[in-house]
Design a protein around this ligand. Structure first.
Ligand code: PLP
Length: 335
């Protein structure tokens, strides 16, 4: 193992855990009898989709916000995500009593705008694209001294997400393989570094969708590359890793043992399995580890822990999927 690419001090995860303990839930790990009998080795689920704000993103955001110095705190924080990172950041800043502005374009659906506002953030609607929203963010940073909190490529974010790994180690000390949903790589970098520091031979498997897996394409190329963003059931896994990626690309390259890519049909099976067999409502991105096990695409050595990472799914869509409908977002609206 090579931890030299890690920006994290050896005690970063323990410090993060202490910092965020007052805000973040310690989520349960439960056995999955159905996957255990399917795999012939014990399979556990880390129910992180039950986290406040509906995803683990609250951990990194809380750690990053609480690590700010006094001046930065009084100037406030800013973000551009309308998804789970935006929700986590809004809640984290609210809990810490820090001003938070989330900038978004006029194209963002009203329910997402309201969701972020309800968590206590100011919403600033600018322009008609993510790029135009980014211009306002840059202005807030330059003119008002606000701090941009990015969704994954940041040492405090990685340390916060890595606290999931510490909890897994406590609950399943003999763990052999951990499956982690993979997008920008903040979660898998933190979990892999925290776990491998204590248990170097644990296997870490990253799971993404076939449609627009930026980290998998970057690992293949040997450097960060851009991929086309396509509609997918795993919408929280969309987006690039940043061509100027500082941390997560190298940590993922060093510490992740296998990456698995899934079709939309396989992701839908993961959502269905979570509901019917595990009694859990999970969004597409949160169900990919279950899907990878069901599709028998992951090389597992037990005991296995699969991470369920988020629950923020449109419930009408969820009902259609669990009732067996084939939902292809590429062709939604054509009928
Ligand atoms: C952000 C997110 C991920 C991926 O996390 P990265 O740190 O970007 O790899 C996985 N699942 C859910 C639900 C998310 O919101």
């Amino acid at each position: 193992m090579n931890l030299h690419s890690s920006p994290l001090a050896a005690d970063a995860f323990i410090k993060a855990r202490q910092r965020i303990a007052g805000t973040v839930l310690r989520t349960p790990v439960v056995p999955s009898p159905s996957l255990t009998s399917l795999c012939g080795t014990s399979v556990h689920l880390k129910l992180e989709h039950l986290q406040k704000t509906g995803s683990f993103k609250l951990r990194g955001a809380t750690n990053a916000v609480l690590a700010l110095d006094e001046t930065s705190r009084s100037n406030g924080v800013v973000g551009v995500s309308t998804g789970n990172h935006g929700r986590g950041l809004a809640h984290a800043a609210g809990e810490a009593g820090i001003r938070c502005i989330i900038c978004m374009s006029r194209l963002v659906p009203q329910n997402k705008v309201e969701g972020i506002r309800a968590l206590g953030a100011e919403v600033r609607i600018v322009g008609v694209s993510q790029d135009e929203a980014q211009v306002e963010v840059d202005r807030l940073v330059a003119d008002e001294g606000m701090t941009l909190i990015p969704p994954f490529d940041h040492a405090d974010i990685i340390a916060g997400q890595g606290t999931v790994g510490l909890e897994i180690l406590e609950d399943v000390p003999e763990v052999g393989t951990v499956l982690v949903p993979l997008s920008g790589g903040g979660l898998i970098s933190g979990v892999a570094a925290a776990l491998k520091a204590a248990k170097p031979d644990v296997r870490i498997i990253g799971v993404s969708m076939e449609r627009g897996a930026a980290m998998a394409a970057s690992l293949e190329a040997g450097h960060p590359v851009q991929v086309a963003e396509l509609p997918t059931l795993a919408d929280s896994l969309g987006g690039g890793i940043g061509l100027d990626n500082q941390y997560t690309f190298r940590i993922t390259q060093d510490l992740v043992d296998q990456t698995v890519l899934l079709s939309e049909t396989e992701i839908a099976e993961g959502i269905r399995h979570a509901y019917w067999q595990e009694q859990q409502v999970v969004e597409g991105s949160g169900a990919v580890c279950l899907a990878a096990i069901l599709a028998e695409k992951a090389d597992l050595s037990g005991p296995v822990v699969a991470l369920l990472t988020g629950c923020n799914i449109d419930m009408t869509m969820h009902r259609r999927i669990v009732c067996g409908e084939t939902v292809d977002l590429m062709h939604e609206g054509e009928h």
